[in-house]
Design a protein around this ligand. Structure first.
Ligand SMILES: [Zn+2]
Length: 202
């Protein structure tokens, strides 16, 4: 709907008002109308990531790089940190660099019980090399028990530090499953994340 409105607005513009190419050759979607101006730089890109791990007794519960005391933890090849895996996928997706399985295959013995913070640091480096800077990350963890709120500030700090971001660029929220589904029955941990990145390469 918005696209149609913008297209119509563009068709009414004179040559000097039409979108121009920026220094990188990309076209900024900039339109002037009688009483408003839209600027949608094409260099911004968004990515989404989600992850789900089964919980089992005897596994360490690690989320956002923080060890949380509990009698169950996620099952996986690495430390199975669902929050960091979802964030990695959101960042890789925003930069069209594939997904976490492509960069860290669970068939590789090198990643057995690996800290997912290693993955996150590597993903940050990949984005940097590809010419993207991270604008912000938002995420939600679904876990029935235990309460995550007391641990969130440390998770934010760890994630921000691994990506060389300010804590204000990283948001972590927590929700229970309201007793429904695998999360609600305490059988799984789920995480969803979105990331906004900006192309900075010349
Ligand atoms: Zn995972």
């Amino acid at each position: 709907m918005k696209r149609v409105v913008l297209k119509r607005a563009a068709s009414r513009l004179s040559e000097s008002q039409k979108p121009r190419r920026n220094s990188r050759g990309n076209r900024n979607s900039q339109f002037r109308t009688h009483n408003s101006e839209f600027i949608i730089p094409d260099s911004y890109r968004v990515g989404i990531g989600s992850d789900l791990h089964r919980l089992a007794p005897g596994r360490q519960l690690i989320l956002g790089g923080v060890k949380i005391p509990f009698d169950k933890g996620p099952v996986g090849h690495s430390d199975a940190d669902a929050l960091i895996h979802a964030i990695c996928d959101a960042l890789l997706g925003a930069a069209t660099l594939g997904d976490i399985g492509r960069h860290f295959p669970d068939t590789s013995p090198g990643w057995h019980n690996a800290s997912s913070l290693v993955f996150l640091r590597h993903v940050g480096k990949l984005l940097d090399e590809a010419g993207y800077k991270i604008v912000n990350i938002d995420s939600t963890v679904g876990l029935e028990k235990p309460k995550l709120a007391p641990h969130i500030p440390r998770m934010v700090k760890k994630i921000a530090s691994a990506l060389r971001l300010k804590p204000g660029q990283v948001s972590v929220k927590a929700k229970t499953g309201e007793g429904l589904g695998a999360v609600g029955r305490g059988e799984a941990v789920r995480a969803d994340a979105v990331a906004l990145v900006q192309e900075v390469k010349s």
